[in-house]
Design a protein around this ligand. Structure first.
Ligand SMILES: Cc1ncc(C[n+]2csc(CCOP(=O)(O)OP(=O)(O)O)c2C)c(N)n1
Ligand SMILES: [Mg+2]
Length: 322
């Protein structure tokens, strides 16, 4: 495979580090009781998120699901405003009214995370129709999990996007489970990408969704197809979530050995090894990035903790159309 530009590769490393460090920090804050509502972490799924986003143009659009931290960061959210949102503060991207599961960041093209499984499907198709009608040449990427592909909304959305040739990529992050339900017991097709056949659209399989270069390549192919006006693509990246489904999960449905096996396939470590082996970056360069990210995350916590909660008078702001 041709070597990618160094700055792109280092940016991939940085973004994956940001996701890992932000989420591990948020997990600590959850334990301290500082995070209202439910929280879902992207740890382990960094490559599936960042590899996808790096194949897009900055003004392309995304929708995401309840596990949206990784996508928000990969799409370029300001970490201070993200942390403030998660802590319910007025300086957050949604002025503290969305929280972890409803982070939207319109400036970065993130149309929003969604607590309803499959809830982003219709929004993505609508946004893609807008791009087609306005002739913007922007595309929309709809991120969802394996579990969401058994929701009615998935089938309706993919079908409509197919018949209207809408510029949307349906991006399934297959982490093997929908809460405690093993995807192998929930569907009789071997791979989710094969469902594309039912709608007459291409399906792309990224078998190793922990290899960011494979994810990037798969998405480049998907982007080329969709941006050329040929209609949607369904792409599946196979990965794993290291932490529980949400901030409350006893984890009885999978073995410790299974989790440990997947931790050996760490997406960040994979890229780190590649960069060192190919002599693209030195250990010091990568350590410097890690140190910078660590400081950014600490700064985001300071910013969020020093920010006010939304004032009472703001309760009805941004709720009704003016
Ligand atoms: C319509 C709907 N049904 C059920 C739920 C409860 N629920 C939240 S997350 C989830 C599992 C989703 O699994 P998947 O799509 O694979 O995403 P993952 O959590 O694995 O990233 C379920 C059933 C919900 N939020 N919305
Ligand atoms: Mg899942």
């Amino acid at each position: 495979m041709e070597t990618l530009d160094k700055s792109l590769l280092l940016n991939m490393f940085r973004k994956m580090e940001e996701i890992r460090r932000m989420d591990l920090k948020i997990a600590q804050l959850v334990k301290k009781g500082k995070v209202p509502g439910m929280t879902h972490f992207s740890v382990g799924e960094e490559a599936a998120n960042v590899g996808a986003m790096m194949a897009l143009n900055p003004d392309d659009l995304i929708t995401s699901n309840h596990r949206g931290h990784g996508q928000a960061i990969a799409k370029g959210i300001n970490l201070n405003e993200m942390m403030a949102e998660i802590l319910g503060k007025y300086t957050g991207t949604c002025k503290g009214k969305g929280g972890s599961m409803h982070i939207a960041d319109l400036d970065a093209g993130n149309l929003g995370a969604n607590g309803i499984v499959g809830g982003g499907m219709g929004i993505a198709v609508g946004a893609a129709l807008t791009q087609q009608m306005k002739g913007t040449n922007k595309i929309v990427v709809c991120f969802f999990g394996d579990g969401a592909t058994n929701e009615g909304a998935f089938h309706e959305a993919v079908n409509m996007a197919s018949i209207w040739k809408l510029p949307v990529i349906f991006a399934c992050i297959n982490n093997g489970y929908g809460i405690s339900a093993d995807i192998k017991k929930m569907t009789n097709v071997e791979h989710i990408y094969q469902r594309a056949t039912a709608y007459g659209i291409p399906g792309i399989f990224v078998e190793d969704g922990n290899n960011i270069l494979d994810v990037y390549k798969g998405f480049q192919e998907a982007v080329a197809h969709v941006r050329s006006g040929k209609g949607p693509v369904l792409i599946e990246s196979v990965t794993y979530r290291w932490l529980g489904h949400s901030s409350s999960d006893p984890g009885k449905y999978r073995t410790r050995e299974e989790v440990e096996e997947w931790k050996k396939k760490d997406p960040i470590e994979n890229l780190r090894k590649y960069l060192l082996e190919q002599q693209i970056a030195s250990a010091e360069e990568l350590e410097a990035i890690q140190a910078e990210v660590k400081e950014l995350v600490e700064e985001s916590v300071r910013f969020a903790e020093n920010s006010p909660f939304p004032p009472l008078e703001s309760a009805f702001e941004d709720v009704y159309a003016e």
